[in-house]
Write a protein that binds this ligand. Sequence first.
Ligand code: TRP
Length: 336
Amino acid sequence: MSDKKRVLSCIQPTGDMHFGNYFGAVQNWVNLQDKYECVYGVVDYHAMTMPYNPKKLIENTWELIYNLISVGIKEENLFVQSLVPEHTELCWIFNNYASMGRVENMTQFKDKSQQSSEGKSGFISVGLFDYPVLQAADILIYKADYVPVGDDQKQHLELTREIANRFNNQVGKEYFVLPETLFSDTPKIKSTADPAKKMSKSAGEKHNISVFAEDARIMKQIKSAVTDTGDADPEVMSDGVKNLFELLRAAGSTEIHAQLMSDYKSQTLKYSELKQSVGEALVTLSTQFKNKKAEITEDKREVKYRIKQSSEHIRKIAQETLKEVKDLAGLMNVKY
Ligand code: TRP
């Protein structure tokens, strides 16, 4: 292993990838690969914590892997959580280092259990409650230095550090590195149909734009983006227009961005021009992604094989950590 600092992050396998996911997180993951040793997981065990369909789960897991590779994540940095079962064993150990009161206070649990109880079955699983402890295992099993996540995961990172601390105190040494959150100034992309909302899959079709959508569809969604209502104050940029500028900048069209921004300031900007530029920038990116995806999915068996290999390789780190943890925690290891 290199002496670079290690970055770890994980993502749940939920269907398609939209520009909100890409600009908000995945693009940053791609860039971090130049500077750090990166380990990225597709966390299928986490995806079981809400009512789910087994056939869909494995489909979504592979689909997400193809998507991640297509947008620039290196295969050798990717693993599937269920191919590294040590995560769940470490989770069990950590259950005994996690405070009940603290886990009960996690806002993601409160939000999701509410969603669940309002759902068809009203069923809330123990897995959903334990979710953040498994997340702590994901992070600490690789002794990650940095975890790039959004604001919504701050609390889970805090819990992870608490678990690490409690373990370190118990065993009387600084065994676990306390991982730090890597905050990056990633753009928070809004729905083009309703700029008051985040771009998201759950809000419905018109509230997200897939990075793999057909060119014409991307253009159409951008062309119909909400800009401002007629009576808006011209001195204050509306959320919709801000969002279009944000998309343009995120897509790397910095010169056009500067040009159109100065047009906006001199009140000569035509929104049709702004939309045309945003649409073209997104289509250019999307074309690269679609080409790459077509290339790699030509032989899915080959990709699956390589991802199982990279998972197996990454698993070695996890096995090493788990062995040490079991020794420290007074448990037995199979091998001598
Ligand atoms: N909980 C994270 C999310 O909802 C996903 C996740 C699971 C994760 N395990 C992780 C993120 C470990 C970072 C590190 O986005």
